[in-house]
Design a protein around this ligand. Structure first.
Ligand SMILES: Nc1ncnc2c1ncn2[C@@H]1O[C@H](COP(=O)(O)OP(=O)(O)OP(=O)(O)O)[C@@H](O)[C@H]1O
Ligand SMILES: [Mg+2]
Length: 240
């Protein structure tokens, strides 16, 4: 599956995609206090592909959300695409950064329930001010590539879990992101559909130098990534 013609090439950049120092995350108070992250260190170079692995409950989704600027850490620094997320404290600054350069596929998809598949995929482009005609053509092409050509006008509730997941992936791609975060992108898919998604992810990585940061329990997917990082006891360790 090739994405040629769908996107213009991402701008090349020598700067680090992510720089994380001493990141911790605690939730709750007193006896209910829980330390999820306790000193995460991470540097991600442009066009790297990274598999984030670890047991259920180890904090992978929490970490992914913080790295993408959707959530705050308790201590430490996260620099995403050269911008310190702490300094972009206002929602607007981070939202602008995300809209421009970051794609995110949620574990729970988070599609807009009142919009059909096509409209969900088109939405980020419309929010960025692209024309309806152009963004619609691009969204349609992407959905067809993901095998959803017959589902363009279905609402999320009328789609299977795997179909919703593919719509969520198309929506994250549609912003032509420089970095794509995906939380278990093949978690709800059969093997064949999962392989198509993985091929698409890696064609983005290869053709457009999109950095991939993927949470996954899928060993085959993890094996295809350039680096594997395990979250254990609140810290990241490189796995061979
Ligand atoms: N806001 C919160 N308040 C309290 N506990 C939380 C909160 N967010 C996450 N947790 C807890 O933090 C831990 C890590 O959650 P997280 O969702 O990041 O795990 P995960 O590694 O993504 O797991 P899975 O593989 O099951 O998706 C869990 O024990 C979870 O219950
Ligand atoms: Mg999770």
């Amino acid at each position: 599956m090739s994405l040629n013609g769908v996107f213009s090439a991402a701008t090349a950049s020598a700067e680090n995609i992510l720089e994380v120092h001493h990141l911790s995350k605690h939730v709750g108070q007193g006896e209910h206090r829980l330390s999820i992250l306790t000193g995460v260190e991470l540097v991600v170079k442009p066009a790297q592909s990274i598999a984030l692995i670890g047991e259920s409950g180890s904090g992978k989704s929490t970490l992914l959300g913080i790295l993408a600027g959707l959530d705050d850490g308790s201590e430490g620094d996260v620099k995403l695409l050269g911008e310190s997320l702490g300094a972009l404290d206002d929602e607007d600054g981070r939202a602008a950064l995300r809209a421009r350069d970051v794609g995110f596929v949620f574990q729970a998809f988070m599609l807009v329930p009142t919009l059909n598949a096509l409209e969900n995929v088109q939405l980020p482009a419309l929010l960025r001010g692209e024309s309806d005609a152009h963004s619609r053509t691009q969204a349609e092409q992407l959905l067809r590539q993901l095998g959803l050509g017959e589902r363009l006008h279905h609402l999320p509730a009328q789609l299977s879990g795997g179909e919703q997941q593919r719509v969520a992936i198309a929506r994250a791609f549609s912003g032509r992101p420089r970095v794509l975060f995906a939380d278990e992108p093949t978690g709800n898919l059969d093997r064949k559909t999962g392989e198509r998604i993985v091929d698409l992810l890696f064609s983005l990585n290869r053709d457009y130098a999109t950095t991939l940061i993927l949470v996954t329990h899928d060993e085959q997917l993890a094996a295809r990534c350039e680096r594997r990082l395990r979250l254990l006891d609140g810290k990241l360790q490189e796995v061979a």
